[in-house]
Ligand binder design. Structure first.
Ligand SMILES: Nc1ncnc2c1ncn2[C@@H]1O[C@H](COP(=O)(O)O)[C@@H](O)[C@H]1OP(=O)(O)O
Ligand SMILES: [Mg+2]
Ligand SMILES: [Mg+2]
Ligand SMILES: [Mg+2]
Length: 405
């Protein structure tokens, strides 16, 4: 077992190190593991910096909050004509495109010093088709109006043309992968929840060499107060609008979306007894096998009914302890996209939670746009995770046996 002199900043110049292997996370921030040529078994961990990604996080919070403001405006005035179906049949709205344009414009302007790579869900193909001119004009106006409401550090001329808009949307065509730095965006996660007037999220994360280093979730319809014990969260009349954010090694915070009031540090539920736990799952049965989740919950001894809400707002609610478990088992053949989980995953893990696939493996965001995982995604705190993994294994084995009879 190689001895590691922890967290000493490497004194020797880099060339004396044989390799700088993968990054590791530590309470002090991101560290790189350096192996000396002279004694490869002796490694030095170098704290990259506990203040790493500070300016990126500030830019991401600004971008996601502004995009959420645009979405709120559209959701309020949602006209049926704004809904057009993309070739993949999922409803797409003016807000999806507008949100993606706002995020890429703000990130590019706030972070001018580095190459900008964005993996995002939407692209401009449908907007470039004949007959989309009116829609394009409306989205451009919406984006200009939204940008004009914000005093961004680098003044953004809020007179974008439709070509500027198309370029901004198409910034999101990166494939991601294991090298370099990639922003990952779902401009509206939970489009169906958005259209239904329920939960949705603007979800923005940052990958560095395939690892998530920061995440922001803007959840305009999520109540600031806990939704524990509710069946879903649309009925609440309290103040809504939450911004969750997390940076590697620095914990998870939540603040009201529309105010500068002080953020509060949040932690996942500390429940250890599954009988006292509650679990979250997709509102849409088409997105997750509800019968499998309920068989797992029964096996685990969970008494409370599931809380079914749309989007990564679930990760936000879990990070502040509104529930203890999240179960997501997409139907066979569906491939999860990284933009549906990058931001939510770090918001939960930095709040003390664990996010794995059904086999207990951490999610691997380094393989491009898709998450190739075993069966589904499960989330719990450290105490419940071993029990949950066993219940998942047993339930899946039972279902496979039943289907083979
Ligand atoms: N068949 C599917 N299975 C799993 N997730 C899906 C499916 N279809 C769409 N999604 C995505 O699930 C996410 C919503 O998760 P939830 O079900 O928890 O609300 C959305 O990103 C949605 O995509 P989209 O962003 O296009 O709406
Ligand atoms: Mg979509
Ligand atoms: Mg999504
Ligand atoms: Mg989406």
């Amino acid at each position: 077992m190689s001895s590691i002199n922890c967290f000493r900043t490497a004194k020797a110049p880099l060339q004396t190190f044989a390799s700088v292997s993968r990054f590791r996370y530590s309470p002090n921030g991101l560290v790189s593991v350096l192996r000396r040529k002279s004694s490869p078994s002796f490694v030095t961990l170098r704290v990259v910096s506990s203040m790493a990604y500070e300016k990126e996080l500030d830019a991401a919070k600004k971008a996601a909050s502004l995009a959420a403001r645009l979405c709120q405006k559209v959701q309020k005035a949602l006209l049926q004509s704004d809904v057009q179906s993309k070739s993949d049949k999922s409803p797409v709205t003016v807000a999806d495109y507008g949100s993606q344009a706002v995020v890429s414009i703000v990130l590019e302007r706030e972070l001018t010093s580095e190459p900008f790579s964005l993996v995002a869900e939407e692209d401009s193909a449908d907007l470039r088709k004949d007959g989309s001119e009116d829609l394009l004009e409306r989205i451009t106006k919406l984006v200009n109006d939204t940008l004009a409401t914000e005093d961004l550090t680098k003044a953004i001329d809020s007179t974008l043309t439709t070509d500027d808009l198309l370029r901004a949307i198409d910034c999101g065509t990166s494939e991601g992968g294991p090298n370099g730095r990639h922003w990952v965006l779902d401009p509206i996660d939970g489009t169906k929840g958005f259209l239904r007037g329920d939960q949705y999220a603007v979800a923005l994360g940052l990958l560095e060499k395939g690892k998530v280093v920061l995440g922001v979730l803007a959840c305009p319809n999520l109540p600031l107060a806990s939704i524990a014990g509710t069946k879903n969260s649309s009925s609440s009349s309290e103040e809504t609008g939450c911004l969750f954010y997390a940076r590697i090694g620095s914990g998870t915070y939540m603040q009201p979306l529309d105010s500068k009031s002080k953020p509060v540090k949040v932690n996942v539920s500390s429940v250890e007894n599954p009988e006292e736990a509650s679990f979250f799952e997709s509102f849409e049965g088409a997105h997750s096998l509800h019968d499998l989740s309920s068989s797992i919950a029964n096996k685990l001894g969970v008494k409370a009914p599931p809380v079914r809400i749309d989007s990564q707002a679930k990760y936000g609610a879990l990070s502040r302890g509104d529930g203890a478990i999240y179960l997501r088992f997409p139907h066979k053949g569906y491939r999860e996209k990284i933009w549906d989980h990058v931001a939510g995953a770090i918001v939960v893990t930095e709040a003390g939670g664990i996010v794995t696939d059904a086999g207990g493996k951490p999610l691997d965001f380094s393989k491009g746009k898709y998450l190739d995982l075993d069966t589904g995604i499960i989330v719990a705190n450290e105490k419940l995770m071993p029990l949950l993994l066993k219940a998942v294994r047993d339930s899946i084995a039972e279902q496979e046996k039943a289907s083979s009879l």
